[in-house]
Design a protein around this ligand. Structure first.
Ligand code: ADP
Ligand code: MG
Length: 289
């Protein structure tokens, strides 16, 4: 089916802009699958990470139970670099993060951090030994616990509670909105502050790699920029590597050094965030024009 035909089945647009194309979810999936036929090649993936990756995924096949979701995924990101995964719903973006953190069943392939094979480590060891932190997509703050108690939970794997406490102090020094409310129940925080608390909790273990699933989801626009600024500071100021999934593809690609378009569990395109933003097909399929 050509695009013209599929479009004629749609109702006229309202509020999308004069003469804009309308693309159905099925169209996006179909056309994205076409893009996925080629794939970027591992050389390009390595080049984007500057040839010195902190995280290196090679030919990863992973899924849940008997269902394979990722089919030979390659991914590389260097220290102080950010990578954003975009793509249709259900493409497997969150599954990439789950696999890095150890929540999926891995069939073939490998995941290395700093050259060390961590493919089979448990999530606890990923955090404690490999320095990987996973920031949950869902609202995971405990509303009736104090801000400080919530934060200290990020150190539950530490050998001594006082270590978690010290780490929490360093975070309070840095993020005043949390410090001011440290003894109050977390429910008093604004949406943006809650997201900050979720990120901060992951920082207690001083990770090298942050996995961030949909940082902007559910946030009012005025908080979205704040969260991206905080992530930028962690990347550029602290040299942390970030792998994120972002439904707001434009925001994600503007933020990230590297962008991958994930389609049906494979990397269809990989380029700098800037180049993907300029790419006509990416624009049409994922950036709403
Ligand atoms: N915990 C899970 N158990 C079983 N299937 C899952 C689980 N999480 C996701 N899936 C399935 O994996 C596929 C990819 O999902 P996901 O990675 O969440 O996609 P995306 O983040 O790109 O929207 C979907 O078909 C989804 O139903
Ligand atoms: Mg997801």
């Amino acid at each position: 089916m050509t695009r013209g035909e599929s479009r004629s089945e749609q109702q006229p647009a309202s509020g999308i802009g004069l003469g804009d194309d309308i693309i159905s979810v099925d169209d996006v999936d179909r056309e994205a699958s076409r893009l996925a036929q080629q794939g970027p090649g591992v050389e390009r993936i390595a080049e984007l990470a500057g040839g010195a990756p902190l995280l290196e995924i090679d030919g990863l096949y992973a899924g849940y139970g008997k269902m394979e979701i990722l089919h030979g995924l390659d991914l590389q990101v260097a220290p102080g670099q950010s990578l954003c995964l975009i793509g249709p719903n259900g493409a497997g973006k969150s599954t990439v993060l789950h696999s890095i953190y150890g929540f999926t069943r891995i069939g073939r392939g490998s995941i290395r951090v700093d050259g060390e094979d961590i493919t089979k480590l448990s999530p606890n060891d990923k955090l404690k030994r490999a320095g990987i932190a996973y920031i949950l997509q869902d609202n995971s703050v405990f509303p009736d616990m104090s801000v400080e108690e919530n934060l200290c939970m990020g150190g539950y794997l530490m050998d001594h509670p006082r270590d978690a406490k010290q780490a929490a102090e360093r975070i309070f020094d840095r993020y005043d909105p949390l410090a001011r409310r440290r003894r109050q129940p977390a429910r008093v925080l604004s949406g943006g502050e809650r997201r900050l608390l979720e990120i901060s909790r992951a920082l207690v273990m001083d990770p090298r790699l942050l996995l961030v699933d949909e940082p902007s989801i559910g946030l009012e626009p005025r908080y979205i920029d704040m969260i991206f600024e905080i992530l930028a500071e962690l990347q550029h100021g602290e040299g942390k590597a970030i792998v994120m999934v972002e439904q707001n593809a434009k925001k994600g690609l503007e933020f990230a050094d590297i962008g991958y378009v994930l389609v049906s569990g494979s990397v269809a395109m990989a380029d700098t965030g800037e180049e993907l933003l300029r790419h006509p097909e990416v624009g049409r399929l994922f950036l709403g024009g």
